[in-house]
Design a protein around this ligand. Structure first.
Ligand SMILES: [Zn+2]
Length: 166
């Protein structure tokens, strides 16, 4: 059984600093396992990490699943927001981590964010309830489900107060 996880960073923002994503091994393993266990429909959840990471860097130390009642099809995933809010609260209390991004799997051979993914990111980055300077969207692509292989194919880092979004 081989499980590969490959980071392929695409930087879509013009910024002097090089955006970085740091994902703990336990989160990587969790994402690979969760995505592998859902070969027919998308799955996902939220990403959590230290709230005070250096500018332009997203550190991910914890991740959630989508929770009960998450909407899952072969081409769409919508997490249970109330469930994820509870997970985040619990993790904040226990580990001091905050919401730093989202992850989900792609079943269809779509490498890169869908239009829906971009709309989601745009909504989060422009939501006055949030104050992100950097946000991670991590997409796990089932490269070869039969061989239990997964690639993390895309990372989107977006920054507020840049010219537009992404
Ligand atoms: Zn997607």
């Amino acid at each position: 059984m081989r499980r590969s996880l490959q980071h392929n960073r695409r930087q879509r923002i013009a910024h002097r600093e090089r955006p970085r994503l740091i994902v703990s091994a336990s989160v990587r393993d969790f994402i690979v396992q969760t995505a592998t266990e859902s070969p027919d429909v998308e799955t996902g959840g939220i990403l959590m990490g230290p709230p005070n990471s250096p500018s332009g860097t997203v550190v991910v130390t914890h991740a959630s699943d989508g929770g009960p009642g998450a909407q899952q099809t072969a081409g769409m995933f919508l997490r249970n927001t109330e469930y994820c809010r509870g997970v985040l609260h619990d993790h904040y209390e226990r580990f001091g981590v905050d919401y730093v991004g989202e992850w989900h799997s792609h079943i269809l051979p779509l490498r890169g964010p869908s239009m829906g993914d971009l709309a989601t990111i745009a909504g989060i980055m422009h939501d006055p309830d949030y104050d992100f300077t950097t946000f991670a969207l991590l997409i796990a692509v089932l490269a070869n489900p039969a061989a239990d292989e997964i690639e993390v194919d895309l990372l989107v880092l977006a920054q507020r107060r840049s010219s537009g979004l992404l």
